[in-house]
Design a protein around this ligand. Structure first.
Ligand code: AP5
Ligand code: MG
Length: 219
């Protein structure tokens, strides 16, 4: 299965993608995580994209698509994947279709997770991430058992540079899925909308139900 998670910053794409990847045995491909890793490693790609991430702006399609193509070509991605944060433009969506067509397959569903701006700001400003394994926490909705330490691996928790209030404001303006992208999947009958403003477990349940409906329609 190839699933796409769409939604504004902070809506829970990363949280849900990790849970769905485990439950459905899919590889989790998160464009934001790949960019942040590249920046941390100081690679050529990292140096080219750092300023976009710092400003909370879209990285140009050309760089984003090339990075995704490389990831999708890796053997473990050929058994199914869940895309988190990609595609974000119509051009990226068309490129993904071409990548999947090369594998003899296609995206099964695009799942749009929604939430109000007030909730997105609350989520982003209280987010903590494990620097070692990437596990996602929140100071109120998912606090770690031990302050500053990851429940899963014991790694130190930190905040993302782009979760500062001024960058969050810019991300909330510029990083929402554009209507043309939603229309692209709507017209193919692949767009499913999920209310993200519920507890994590309820959102996961609704996503799994939607995926099950898609899977049984394909069967
Ligand atoms: P990216 O990393 O994709 O960031 P984003 O879309 O802004 O989304 P986030 O990762 O901030 O939020 P999320 O939806 O994953 O929420 P999370 O699960 O963490 O992109 C970063 C940057 O990379 C972009 O700004 C851009 O520069 C570049 N980029 C990436 N992809 C690109 C592309 N395709 N094209 C061009 N440029 C690209 O949850 C947030 C918080 O809420 C957590 O604390 C969590 O614990 C909490 N939470 C989650 N669910 C719930 C719930 N149901 N109830 C209560 N709290 C919850
Ligand atoms: Mg994320």
């Amino acid at each position: 299965m190839y699933l796409i998670l769409l939604g504004p910053p902070g809506t829970g794409k990363g949280t849900q993608a990790k849970l769905l990847a485990e439950r459905r045995r899919l590889v989790h491909i998160a464009s934001g995580d790949l960019f942040r890793e590249a920046v941390q490693q100081g690679s050529d790609l990292g140096q080219r994209v750092k300023a976009y991430l710092d400003r909370g702006e879209l990285v140009p399609d050309e760089l984003t698509i090339a990075m995704l193509e490389e990831r999708v070509r890796q053997p473990e991605a050929q058994q199914g994947a869940i895309f988190d944060g990609y595609p974000r433009t119509l051009q990226q969506a068309q490129a993904l279709d071409t990548m999947l067509a090369h594998l003899g397959t296609a995206a099964d569903a695009a799942l749009l997770i929604t939430a109000s701006d007030e909730e997105l700001i609350r989520r982003l400003s209280g987010r903590w991430l494990c620097g070692a394994c990437g596990e996602i926490f929140h100071e109120r909705s998912r606090p770690p058992k031990l302050a500053g330490r990851c429940d899963r691996c014991g790694g130190a928790l930190g905040q993302r540079d782009d979760d500062k209030p001024d960058v969050v404001r810019r991300r909330l303006q510029g990083m929402r899925p554009p209507e043309a992208l939603l229309d692209y999947y709507r017209q193919q009958g692949k767009l499913l909308e999920i209310d993200g403003e519920q507890e994590v477990e309820a959102v996961t349940r609704n996503l799994l139900d939607a995926i099950e409906r898609v899977a049984s329609a394909v069967r």
